[in-house]
Design a protein. Structure first.
Length: 321
């Protein structure tokens, strides 16, 4: 994907560096709004395309280029969310947000020196609670306007007056949208478990799966646990969620029997301990987890190869942790 920082631009355009430096913030915003790194890249690219389509005179007349870029990117995302809802209704099976690796796991080696930003957008996504898979899944239940108002105000701290200009509604209406979104978050997301506790549970889950120990798997899972898989119709997987610890454990053993060469690696998935499954060195599944009361309550297994691009490019073969 091309970037706005093309050779020669910095020499000819004063202040371009400040415009380009907004890219990290825009990728952070767009990923949370869309739940897809690929779509976030598209939205940010379109934002910069519109900026560079303006004359120098129009650019210089804009008092705050950063605010302009944020407004345009948010409106593009709002439009994309509207069309995405229709596309996801036609999606084969369950749609799960695109999983993100930790920045240290995105590259085959450390970023090159010289002070330049790496080319990979995932390195620019700040991994915090607002990109956990559980959080992103709840965001999917919101209307596009709710999601934009909530993310802009509650996550990025934009005042409702500015949110209103972006969403095209009154500040009072945006306040109501964010409030409604907060209720969805409260109802749909369990309290966050400590990352260290999650790491131990995920490691135990990995070891039980590798040993095909169905009892150990059941003990690690909440009795009412749910496992959702996303293949997008491109690879084989269950189209409906698997519910209950016994059924999930049996399904996992079935997978282990069908894929004897599967390698499980402990990896950071959206800022939380998760698992990556590789076949012949190629990432085929990325699994995210949610915990409650010391047990696994939700498993999201992304198998759609179009959503695994960050895990299969720039060096996917990392030593086991």
């Amino acid at each position: 994907m091309s970037t706005p920082s093309e050779p020669g631009h910095e020499r000819s355009e004063p202040g371009l560096r400040a415009v380009v430096d907004e890219r990290r913030q825009l990728i952070n915003l767009a990923y949370r709004l869309l739940g897809s790194l690929a779509e976030a890249e598209d939205a940010v690219q379109e934002t910069y395309t519109r900026w560079y389509a303006m004359s120098r005179q129009r650019q210089e007349a804009i008092e705050s280029p950063g605010a302009w870029l944020t407004t345009v990117a948010s409106r593009i995302c709002l439009d994309m969310l509207g069309s995405a809802r229709a596309r996801r209704e036609r999606y084969v099976g369950a749609w799960i947000p695109e999983p993100l690796p930790d920045r240290t796991e995105w590259f085959s080696g450390p970023a090159s020196g010289g002070g330049t930003d790496p080319a990979d957008p995932a390195d620019r996504v700040t991994l915090d609670e607002s990109v956990s898979m559980a959080f992103l899944v709840v965001l999917e239940s919101m209307t596009p306007a709710e999601r934009v108002a909530f993310i802009l105000h509650d996550v990025f701290r934009y005042p409702f007056a500015e949110v209103a200009e972006i969403v095209g509604r009154t500040p009072a209406a945006c306040r109501q949208l964010a409030s409604s979104a907060r209720r969805r978050i409260g109802a749909g997301q369990a309290p966050a478990a400590a990352t260290s506790g999650q790491a131990g549970l995920v490691r135990g889950f990995k070891e039980a799966w590798e040993a095909k120990d169905i009892k150990a798997l059941v003990d690690l899972l909440d009795p009412d646990a749910t496992m959702t898989a996303d293949g997008g119709g491109l690879v084989g997987t269950v189209l409906r969620p698997v519910e209950g610890s016994e059924r999930i454990a049996q399904y996992l053993i079935h997978i282990a029997d069908k894929a004897p060469g599967l390698t499980l690696l402990e990896r950071t998935v959206n800022g939380r301990p998760g698992l990556v499954a590789q076949q012949a060195g190629v990432t085929v599944t990325v699994a995210a987890f949610s915990l409650t009361g010391g047990r696994i309550t939700r498993i999201w297994a992304v198998r759609n190869p179009e959503k695994l691009r960050p895990w299969t490019e720039n060096g996917h073969s990392h030593p086991a942790q």
